[in-house]
Design a binder for this molecule. Sequence first.
Ligand code: AHR
Length: 441
Amino acid sequence: MVMASCRTSDDSAGGQGSDSFCAGTSCVITVTYDQSGKGNHLTQALRGHWPGPAEGGNDNLANAFEAPVTVAGHKAYGVYAAPGTGYRNNHTNGVATGDQPEGMYAIFDGTHFNGGCCFDYGNAETTGNDDGNGTMEALYFGNSKGWGYGSGNGPWVMADLENGLFSGVNRGFNANDPSVNNRFLTAMLKGGPNQWAIRGGDAQAGSPSTFFNGIRPTAGGYNPMKKQDAIILGTGGDNSNASAGTFYEGVMTQGYPSDATENAVQANITAAGYDSGSTGTGTLTPGSRISLRATTAPCCTSHYLRHDSADNKVVISDTSSSSSAADKADATWIVRAGLADTSCLSFESANSPGRFLHHSNYQLYLDADTGGSSFAKDATFCPTKGNSGAGTSFRSVNFPTNYLRHYNYTAYIASNGGANAWDSSTSWAADTSWLVAQPWG
Ligand code: AHR
């Protein structure tokens, strides 16, 4: 029986209706609706043991436009959780408590993660505190090695059972839990009396594999479990909120689903047809010449991304029909298929052939392609719907939480909140949104 089923779609968090409603402004996802009929909607996580960055120590809400996809050809938006983002429901209806059996799956973006605690979806404490071993049972996705980890460098699907992310029967290394980074990743977790399992697979094809199936951890407190029946999304049980990840849909069940049932669910997911395809790429066709106009008002809406002959830095500056031919050419780019990923893009200077826009230490420069894989990744950006709802944003392929941004008239890749000055959340959505314009040169 489905007790909580959340999906962001045209009807709830986003879609074509949201596109027009939010055009020219910024929108956040306030509610992720439970479609099971149980009313277990997820809303802003309030301050727990650990405070979030929003007013009152609450968590941030997700930008409504940062995770565009199509499902069966319909536009939809996922919940893009930057660090500090969290949703929760501490008063649910019909979710497992104590040692009762339950199952859950979620579809995540396997390329968006970090090692912070804890990008979770599932059953957690109703108190917002760490109430001890066994007081939560949630899917975790990321590359934290603080408690447990699997083979390779991650990310891994693990179980957050409180005071531990488990990749197998006990904390630490469990070789059978593989690194998984499918663009769309199905992650599954189920737990009942002295029994639990982790499964996962590519949400676009194939069946799920079993990564762990066995008894409860032998450390004290996990058998029997003491589940409390809150539902969390994007944080740990005690509102630890240093993690990052993207959630597209999730379901929690009362009762322990069989592998056959989960396989049937996966078949349904793959048939639904998740696709990151052509969302928001506009006129960005490899081979075409473009200019990129900043959208931040009032400072910068006549500014364009450009290099200049003084150095190899990339900046924005005012450009108009009366600009010199040299200035216009400096603000013109040739779109190329991504050097590291041909489904994304790279940008070659129109007046300095062979030199590409790339980042180094988070700042953007124009330099010759070295032919190496590092340069290729640093020069590859994946277009997405503009983070502000306008235009297009360009996500760094190797730093997927970072987008091409202007800050203080200089270009960087920046995350929405972070250690560097240019990661400032203020104007981040507008500063990372660009209009693809007719080429100046
Ligand atoms: O179990 C890992 C984390 O530890 C939980 O999510 C959190 O509640 C605690 O800090």
